[in-house]
Write a protein that binds this ligand. Structure first.
Ligand SMILES: C[S@@+](CC[C@H](N)C(=O)[O-])C[C@H]1O[C@@H](n2cnc3c(N)ncnc32)[C@H](O)[C@@H]1O
Length: 147
């Protein structure tokens, strides 16, 4: 699809839902900033596992995912996650992700930490309850809500 068609599609979407469209357009500078940061990010990880360019299981899980539940991550997150979280792989781990959306990252965490991992997700959308299973518990609510 040509860039022009994409732009026309975007304009139609904004015209159909002006409030949502304008809100999303307002976020565009931040999204572009995130893309630029992710594009130029260089892993400064000092741990041997990443310094020699060896595998990052989170990134591999993400790259393998061609269908099924979606995962929405900036690419430079994976090195940072792995740097701080690798020590918990295989341990009894309880991980909570705020913002579930299409549920794929919950599966990613379980795959990464292993069978002793309990996953919790929090999202505003009640539909995310659909991702519950024996190792995943979903809380419906606002992360800003202290209660
Ligand atoms: C970018 S998606 C999450 C992507 C997911 N973590 C992943 O890696 O695939 C953002 C999600 O955050 C949820 N969300 C936005 N604001 C929230 C809030 N204040 N409290 C809880 N969830 C929120 C949205 O409903 C949406 O499902």
């Amino acid at each position: 699809m040509s860039e022009l068609k994409k732009l026309a599609g975007l304009a139609c979407s904004v015209a159909r839902s002006p409030r949502l469209g304008l809100r999303l357009l307002g976020q565009l500078p931040w999204v572009m900033r995130g893309f630029a940061y992710g594009r130029d990010y260089r892993n400064q990880d000092a741990t041997p596992a990443a310094a020699d360019g060896s595998r990052n299981p989170l990134r591999e899980f993400f790259d393998r995912r061609q269908s099924g539940r979606g995962i929405w991550k900036w690419l430079h997150y994976f090195d940072i996650y792995h740097r701080h979280l690798a020590k918990f792989i295989g341990q009894e781990t309880h991980v909570m992700e705020i913002g579930v959306y299409s549920g794929g990252s919950l599966e990613m965490w379980r795959d990464y930490f292993g069978a002793r991992c309990q996953v919790y997700g929090v999202d505003l959308q009640a539909a995310c309850k659909a991702y519950e299973n024996e190792y995943t518990k979903i809380f419906v609510g606002d992360q800003a809500d202290r209660e």
